[in-house]
Every structure is written in C-alpha cells, then in structure tokens.
Ligand binder design. Structure first.
Ligand code: IVH
Length: 682
C-alpha cells in the first residue's frame, strides 16, 4: 500500500502530539485528556510500524516527553535514559503483556511486581556519597530541568541517606495530595489566580516555581520506585525497595510480588485497586506491572521509548457527585441551543471539572434535573464530562426553564416540526410529525452562529486551513475582518498584520495555509458551509450528484424538482432534504456559495488511480480508523455509503460486524474482508 496516502495524517499527528506535549510538560496545562492523548499516540505508533518510511525526526516517538520546554531551569543530563511505559485501558492487553514475557522467558520462573501508578511528575534524584546533589525532571528522557533547589524543600526527601554513603541515582514520582491541591486552588481562587486543573499540574507548576520559598509553602511529596544507577543493584525490585526503605527514602509500601502462574487473580487485583484508589490521599491513575528480576528485565530489553519488561494499566473514568450551579447556553453554528452545566468544581479522574454537557432541554426534562440539584457527573467517552443524573433535589432546587430568546442575538428561538416516516404494520409508509429535540436560533446572522460556523469552516475535515484556529477566528471576527468563510479568502496581508501579536512570519504562515486550502473539492465545501443534517457522507453524495456549486444553486431554484433529486440520494430522507432546501432558499447562504465558487479552485475527486471504482460501506472493527479507510477508498476512485442497500457494491467487514452484515447477506451484497481489501489495493 502507498504510504503517501497517510503522509498528511501522519504529519498532522506529529504536530498535534508535539503541541500537546508542550502543553503538558512545559505549561502544565493540557487541553486534552490522557485517554485522548493516548489514542492519538497509538494511532501515530501504528502508522510508524506499518510505514517506517514516514517516520519524521520530529516524531514524539523518537523523544520522551517534550524537548523544548521554555524555562529558566538548567538542562541537565540524566544518569541513564529515563524511559516511559506502554499503557492500556484494556484488560486484554495486560494479559497480552503477561503472555509476551512468559513466551520470551519460557524456561524461567517469573515473578512480577504490581505497584500503583502515581500520577505526578517523574524525577531523578542523584545522591553522591549518600548526599542529595541533584534533582532533575524527566524532560525528554535524556535531559531534564534541574529543579534541585525546589526539590530540597520537599520535607519527605532525605538530604542524607540513612546508613549508605555511596552513589545512587533514583527515580520517583513527585505529587501533591488531594487535600493540599484543593487548599492551594481555594487560595488561588481567592487571589483571582488561574486554578490548576489537577494535582499533577499543581505538582509540575510548583516544581517549576522561581521562588523556592513559595515551594516550601506547598506540600509536595514523593514515592520512589526505580534505580537508574547502579542499575542492577541487589538484583530484584522487591530487594531494591526494601533497601530504599532502609535508606529512609519514601516508598509506597513493600513490593507486592506475585508468581506469573497467579495471573488468574490479576483482574481481582485491578478491581480492588480501582475501588481502593477513591479513598487514597494521593492521585494514582493506574497500576504498573514489572518483572521483579533485573536480569530477566535485561533479557527482555527495551523499545526506543519504553521497556519490554513493564506495562501499565490505566483505570477507566470516574463518576462524581456535585452541585449544579448554573446553566450556560451555547449557540452552535446551526443555531441549536446547547445547555451547559456550570458545576461546583469537582475532581474527576484527577481533573478539575467545572462544566459538563447537558445535551438539550429534552434531556434536562427526561432526567428531571433542576438548578441547585446534586448531580452525578461522568466523563463521557472518557473525554467530555456529562451530567448523567440528578441524585438529590435540594430545598433551593428550581426548575430549569427553556429560553425563549437567543442569548447571543436576542431573536426568538424556534422549535421546528420535522417529519419522519413511520412504518405501519402493513409495511406501507405514512408520514407523521415528531417534535425536534433542539430549540434553535434561526437567525442566519446571529454572531454566535457565524463565529461557530467559521470555526467549523476552517477545521480539518472542512476547508482544512491549518494556520487558523479558534482563537484567530475569534480575533478576526471581533475585529470585523471576517463574517463568512469566503471572507477568509479575501483577507489581505495588511489586514492580518493589523491584528494584535501578528507579525510578518505569522502572516506568511496564515496566507500560505489559506492559499493551500483554496485548491479544494466540492464535497469539502459542502461540508464546510454547514448545512444542518449534512455531514461528510451526505456532502460527498451531494457533490457526486450535482458536481458544481453553480449547478447546485441553479437546481435549488425549483424546490419541487430539487426535493425529488435529493430524495433519490441514498441516505437523504425527508428531514435532511427539508434542511437542505431551507438552507439553499436563504439569500445569505446563496450569496455566500456564489462568492465561494468565485474564489475557490476545484479539484476533481475522481482524478484518482481508479483501482476500486465501487461503493463501499464499512462496518465492524478494522485495523485502521474508519476515517482513514474512507480516505483510501475515495483516493482510489471508490465512494462511501453509510447504509447497506441493494445498490451497494461491497460491505467492508471487520470484526464484530452486526446488523449491517446480516442485511448485506440478506440483500446479496458482496462482502469483503479487510485482507481482501488490502490485496486489491496493493
Ligand atoms: S516504572 C522504565 N513505576 O508512569 C519505566 N513508573 O506512564 C519506569 N509512574 O513515566 C517506570 N508510578 O513516571 C513506574 N510505580 C511506578 C510508577 C511509574 C508512576 C510513572 C512514571 C512513568 C509513567 C509511565
């Protein structure tokens, strides 16, 4: 398969992950969850394994942590490379790890230690002649920041080892316990300072304070768990931990060692810890499994970034209870109003959560949620927190009223009736009206709608203007430089330079990025203009059917024939057809499209290698994300369908294919396994 097909996704992943590393390691303010980060990282690693020719020297897999922290702390070389650990949220992968070590060391008796995975900042402590000399953060694994002066303030770290006057280099995790973290945030709130998101960021921020006396006021703590030098001291992890204890170094406890045959109990161990961690005073985010014997560790060896003798399991997300303080209203690009819960801040998986999704007002009614209720909050899909239920109405609880006016433009809000076909028992279809769940602002000039439409317009799957992000959109919108997507293509260099903090270099990057996106495909533009109910698949369907913007505008003039043509498209029913028709009848949207057709240069999607000029529907779990497979199919001349119908050429099936597979079998649609798919392409 051609690796070039994946180059742009690969490069994007490198850029994104490096950006998140910078936020996490240098700024101590990550904007995505660990789970999301791990997902991106895994995708990158898979691409590198499959296509080594893509590997960039800037890839985060080549370095550990972040290489470019901008700070005042002296860069210092570690005694030995500080590796990371592979991790998973999936129990089966833990079993795979045990299988791997059992297979590799099959003739030997194996013992494994299980430790909590402390959620803090990894540090090297260097003792010379028994005296603490240096403390260095992990940094890129090879060099880190010398934070000795600050670490000297941590009361539990001995400045002299007990009964040992040799040289030792130790690894541990510096953390802040929950009560200290909450106290610190309370103080910061009173002073009007930015709050720390979680105890780990608070620990990282504290270690990087310039003012050492300030560090001593914030209680940090440490658990040590590894020796960097002498690497094989005492031969076994449990013996090493006992030695640490004798030296007066803080360890969590004596090692929990088990024979590999007792792996049967591992699930119980994990479940017990998952319960136990909620009552711990310090944050842990998983469990670490490591071979006990150092010589067996040597036999297993290491990968570039992590050892083959250790593995971490990360706990899934938590649920917490807190008070629902207020409701904020977001006006999306299509005008739909989304209520957002403002919460009494609560720690969820170690992250401070003060806002959560409430979906829509129907959801609020269904869950009987009231303002001032005690509610249960959970991380949905482990990323966005959601209010999942009301636990208790309090005496101050009051009904949450649906708004009547748009909070952004003041226009009256509407709840539109939409039609949906309901099948009667006689298999005939009849039309009945159902109420739409969302209330909407129908003012196409609503500032909140316009701004969110612009953010949507520039995003990766749309016009993909990489150099323009949310912040820049807000800046240009509030300066009145852009109102609709097309205005971006009319921006002058002078206008960009007139923006605060935008110099020549940024202007160049922004202009190049805009020019790059000017050469585009119709399906992207249709997706970018944000027709309600029309996502990637329907945008593609519309572009295949109507070919050009001019054609679409022309045909849309006659509503009846436009509807007929739309309904011929697989995947477009009455509701979506109505949305499309209503969108095209709006003067503002029409003129926007006309202007776009003048400034954009269209590439033909069908200028492909044409290896597989068939329609595909994808189902089940495949080896690559669905988005990538779709891109491959499109680039090879095929097209994508969301549903199985008799018109479909192939159902591309992965593991656990369900109803779509059954339907395809029933309709006699050809079924293609993934292996066959790659064979055709290669
Ligand atoms: S062992 C060579 N043990 O978790 C591997 N790491 O995701 C040495 N961590 O970077 C790591 N608690 O900073 C180990 N009990 C523990 C740990 C632990 C926390 C951190 C460590 C590492 C990260 C891996």
């Amino acid at each position: 398969m051609n690796p070039e097909l994946f180059r742009s996704r690969y490069n994007q992943l490198v850029i994104d992950i490096n950006h998140h590393n910078q936020l996490y390691y240098s700024n101590n303010s990550p904007i995505i969850s660990d789970e999301e980060y791990d997902r991106l990282y895994r995708e990158l690693k898979e691409l590198e394994e499959q296509f080594p020719e893509l590997i960039s020297e800037y890839s985060p897999t080549r370095k550990i942590g972040n290489t470019e922290p901008e700070n005042i702390f002296k860069k210092t070389l570690h005694t030995r490379k500080m590796l990371s650990l592979s991790n998973t949220y999936n129990f089966n992968e833990v079993l795979n790890f045990f299988n791997r070590i059992t297979k590799a060391l099959e003739t030997e008796k194996l013992q494994v230690v299980c430790e909590p995975k402390f959620d803090g900042i990894s540090i090297e402590l260097v003792y010379e002649k028994g005296k603490l000399k240096r403390a260095v953060t992990r940094g890129d694994g090879i060099t880190g920041d010398d934070v000795t002066a600050n670490v000297m303030q941590i009361k539990t770290i001995p400045h002299h080892l007990k009964g040992f006057s040799g040289n030792l280099s130790i690894r541990g995790e510096i953390f802040m316990n929950f009560s200290a973290f909450e106290k610190l945030n309370e103080e910061r709130q009173i002073k009007g300072e930015k709050l720390f998101m979680n105890p780990r960021n608070a620990a990282g921020g504290t270690l990087h304070l310039k003012d050492t006396s300030e560090v001593s006021k914030r209680p940090l703590d440490i658990f040590v768990y590894d020796l960097l030098s002498p690497a094989d001291h005492l031969g076994y992890h449990d013996k090493m931990i006992d030695f640490f204890m004798d030296c007066g170094l803080p360890v969590y406890s004596r090692s929990d060692v088990f024979d590999i045959e007792d792996i049967i109990n591992i699930k119980t161990t994990i479940d017990d810890w998952d319960k136990k961690r909620k009552n711990l005073e310090f944050p842990i985010d998983g469990l670490v499994f490591k071979l006990n014997s150092f010589s067996q560790r040597d036999s297993m060896g290491t990968n570039i970034k992590d050892p083959k003798w250790g593995f971490a399991y990360k706990f899934p997300s938590d649920e917490m209870e807190t008070k629902l303080l207020d409701i904020e209203l977001n006006v999306g690009r299509t005008g739909s109003i989304t209520p957002v819960a403002v919460l009494d801040p609560v720690l969820l998986d170690g992250t401070r959560v003060s806002r959560a999704s409430l979906h829509n007002f129907e959801y609020i009614k269904e869950k009987n949620l009231m303002l001032n209720d005690i509610v249960k909050v959970k991380k949905a899909g482990e990323i966005i927190p959601q209010v999942i239920s009301s636990v208790l109405h309090t005496p101050e609880s009051i009904e949450i009223k649906e708004p009547e006016l748009c909070p952004a433009c003041g226009n009256p809000l509407q709840r539109k009736n939409t039609t949906q076909k309901i099948k009667s028992s006689s298999e005939e279809t009849e039309t009945s009206y159902i109420e739409e769940k969302n209330i909407r602002c129908i003012n196409h000039s609503c500032p909140s709608r316009l701004k969110n439409s612009l953010i949507h317009f520039v995003s990766r799957d749309m016009m993909n203007i990489e150099a323009i992000g949310e912040k820049l959109i807000e800046q240009m919108f509030s300066e009145g430089l852009i109102r609709r997507g097309v205005d971006i293509y009319k921006l002058t260099r002078q206008q960009i330079l007139s923006l605060e903090r935008k110099g020549e270099k940024s202007a160049d990057i922004i202009i190049t990025s805009i020019e790059k996106s000017r050469h585009t495909q119709l399906n992207r533009v249709i997706n970018a203009i944000g027709i309600p109910g029309t996502g990637k698949a329907n945008s593609r369907n519309l572009s295949e059917k109507f070919h050009t913007i001019d054609n679409l505008l022309e045909i849309s003039k006659n509503i009846d024939s436009f509807r007929e043509e739309l309904l011929e498209i697989d995947g477009i029913g009455d509701n979506v057809a109505n949305e499309i028709i209503s969108f095209f009848s709006n003067d503002d949207e029409q003129s926007h499209l006309e202007e776009l057709s003048e400034v954009l240069v269209f590439q033909d999607l069908t200028s492909s290698t044409g290896k597989i000029p068939y329609s595909f529907c994808i189902t089940g779990t495949l080896s690559k994300p669905r988005r990538e497979l779709e891109e491959i199919i499109l680039k090879n001349g095929g097209n994508i369908k969301n549903d199985v119908s008799s018109k479909l050429d192939y159902l591309l099936c992965g593991e656990n294919s369900g109803s779509k597979l059954k339907k395809a079998e029933k309709l006699g649609v050809k079924i293609m396994a993934e292996s066959e798919f790659w064979k055709i392409l290669s």
